[in-house]
Write a protein that binds this ligand. Sequence first.
Ligand code: NDP
Ligand code: OXD
Length: 316
Amino acid sequence: MIQILFNAPTADWDDYAAPLSKALHEKGITATIHRPWDQPAPDFAAIDYVIYNPRGPVQDFAAFTSAKAVLSLWAGVEKIVGNNSLTQPLCRMVDDGLELGMVQWVAGHTLRHHLDIDFYLSHQDGVWRQGQIQPPLPQDRTVAVLGLGALGAACARQLAGLGFRVLGWSRSQKSIEGVECHFGNEGLRDVLAQAEILATILPDTPATTDLLNAQTLALMPKGAVILNPGRGTVLVEQDLIAALDTGQVGHATLDVFRTEPVPADHPFWSHPNITVTPHIAAETRPLTAARVIAENIHRGETGQPFIHRVDRSRGY
Ligand code: NDP
Ligand code: OXD
């Protein structure tokens, strides 16, 4: 019998209990799932797999002496990747539910700005404004995606499918049909210089921190739109506000922040050209995520390599 610890906030258990049991059953896995708050307390030394949410109560992994892996329910692993008590393999969440959520958030917010939907929303006043604005056709609109991993590549493909001219940027060279792929510092400058709408879907690492700052924002076409569903650390907040105030950046739609929840008195809330969404771009869906967790436990039990294993030296 396999021993699993569900290390997530207490409130998540109701959503995950049935999907996890079903997914494990479908893989032929017989397991007991413990929770950190159980009484008597679970014996951490006997746990085979830790299901991990960064908001879970256990953040010290030293006591899991038999654990074969820590399986994250989140795609981003910045809260655990540098944890010195973690000696077990770490796998992150890559799944269809996350991907569809992110693709829809990015496509929806891109279309909002491309079509200037706000213009009509703010003019419901009885005046027939035909001919007042005309968006370019999508092939004449350049949209760029920073980060071409599981989520960024899916967004770039979808945007290309909508007819946009799509540029992408990643650490290593990529080849994605319909997407002009760039990499490295030179590549970043080329991409930013053309990006009328920019989506940043990068992990939080030392190399991506402060990537969008006064200097890099100044490279973009005047009035460019920024969408950030990746991580808040990619943006220097004061530099973004300054760029919005001069009109260098036209609008920023932000889903992730350096401090979450964003404090009620943070200037982002009241800025006329910022839209805040509360870290909902791509929420982990228990049904699809449970299948990924079960697949990795099955792999661990049958001597196959884990999928979506994090390269801890790279940080993502
Ligand atoms: P991946 O690890 O699959 O992809 C990361 C991408 O970023 C890769 O293309 C990688 O390049 C690129 N990258 C990393 N570092 C650099 C760098 N220094 N310079 C250039 N490119 C870099 O991650 P996912 O696509 O699955 O997820 C991306 C991020 O999205 C997550 O880390 C998380 O922070 C965020 N996220 C946000 C959610 C939300 O609800 N707001 C939900 C889920 C995730 P290469 O391919 O060359 O390695
Ligand atoms: C994630 C997130 O990383 O929801 O999965 O941000």
